[in-house]
Design a protein around this ligand. Structure first.
Ligand SMILES: Cc1ncc(COP(=O)(O)O)c(C=O)c1O
Length: 365
């Protein structure tokens, strides 16, 4: 048997430690996980009832077209239903885009470090990866434009960027899109869209009328709190969606997930509340960093990357032993940082307490 050469040596996705694993390994009972940018407040209470209703119909295949969810999202965004493609998480939409556009002899342009699944899927398709280093934690759009050529098929903008939380503003984005050649698909991954509160964070849905080569990705996994159910979607022109649809699996979003997403979308008050609490949480982390002279990137998302000036793995391990799971920057391209998901007020206080202890013990302050 001969596997694709590019799969040899490609590591599978390394998930962070689960709460159960940490309980077992360290004999702890009270664990908090601030590693995967999940919503610490769960999801709208309306979701539970919607999910329960679906449990009587588990023998039936889901609606592969996700018609009810499609109608709901289209109305919510003020677009046509034909402008949407749903995925088993936005991860799957990334995979669909790569399947549809990339092959050997093509290339794809992205920032580095950014969300790793763009690279991962592009490698599997055998495309050349052109990575442009972030500058001060931000996309270097001018340098990204410079490496686009005839063979470029997709350029990725993660906005806000994971793992830095930084963002491309409206003026920067439109100036960039003006110059992306029309044969290149520009993907704007807005997984953390709901959390972004900056006045100049771009509203991209109206831009779809102007740019045929634009695709926006959103998800129900973050602010909507449905990460376990896996629903994300792409928004683009009707033509583009029609062209990539054959690369989608027929029943890729479950009935339970579709029903949950509909209920979640209906509860915008829940989202507003979570976004407000997230903003306050971020401010708590900013204060902590400033009081202790730590470098960080102001974030438009529900996580913050903090530079401790020592190995990220060391900070990760210190916290792990105290029942707090975060993401070490070593795996994210920032070896002296850790990425922390903004938790509830109590969770934020607990991690800041532990970090303050650590700074003292390791004589970093
Ligand atoms: C930037 C970004 N895009 C996409 C995803 C994938 O999210 P999901 O597949 O759960 O929709 C994530 C998840 O961490 C992310 O950070």
């Amino acid at each position: 048997m001969e596997i694709k050469t590019q799969l040899r040596g490609l590591p599978p996705y390394q998930p962070g430690k689960s709460i159960e694993e940490v309980k077992r390994e360290y004999g702890l009972t009270d664990i908090i996980k601030l590693a995967s940018n999940e919503n610490p407040y769960g999801c709208s209470p309306a979701v539970k009832e919607a999910v329960m209703k679906q449990l009587d119909h588990l023998a039936i295949y889901p609606d592969g077209y996700a018609r009810l969810l499609r109608e709901k999202v289209a109305t919510h965004l003020g677009i046509n239903e034909t402008q949407l493609i749903f995925g088993n998480g936005s991860d799957e939409v990334v995979q669909i885009i790569c399947r549809a556009f990339l092959s050997p002899n093509t290339n794809t342009v992205m920032a580095a470090p950014t969300f790793p699944q763009y690279r991962h899927n592009a490698v599997i398709e055998g495309a050349e990866i052109r990575e442009i280093p972030l500058v001060d934690g931000r996309h270097d759009l001018e340098a990204m434009l410079k490496v686009i050529d005839e063979q470029t098929r997709v350029v990725w903008i993660c906005n806000p960027n994971n793992p830095t939380g930084t963002y491309v503003n409206e003026q920067e984005l439109t100036s960039f899109l003006e110059r992306v050649p029309s044969h290149v698909l520009a993907v704007l991954d807005e997984a953390y869209y709901e959390y972004a509160t900056a006045n100049d964070y771009p509203q991209t849905v109206p831009l779809l009328r102007q740019y045929d080569n634009l695709m926006i990705l959103r998800t129900f996994s973050k602010a909507y709190g449905l990460a376990a159910l896996r629903v994300g979607y792409g928004i683009a022109s009707e033509t583009l969606i029609r062209e990539i649809e054959p690369a989608r699996e027929p029943f890729n979003t479950s009935s339970v997930a579709q029903a949950a997403a509909i209920a979640a979308l209906d509860d915008q008050a829940f989202i507003r509340e979570c976004v407000e609490k997230n903003k306050q949480g971020l401010e708590t982390f900013y204060r902590f960093c400033e009081e202790n002279g730590l470098r960080y990137y102001p974030s438009q998302a529900n996580f913050i990357l903090i530079d401790f000036g020592i190995e990220g793995n060391e900070v990760f391990q210190y916290l792990l032993e105290r029942g707090i799971i975060v993401r070490s920057g070593n795996a994210l391209g920032f070896p002296t940082s850790v990425r922390i998901t903004v938790g509830s007020k109590e969770q934020n206080e607990r991690i800041i307490h532990a970090l303050t202890q650590m700074l003292k013990e390791k004589q970093l302050i």
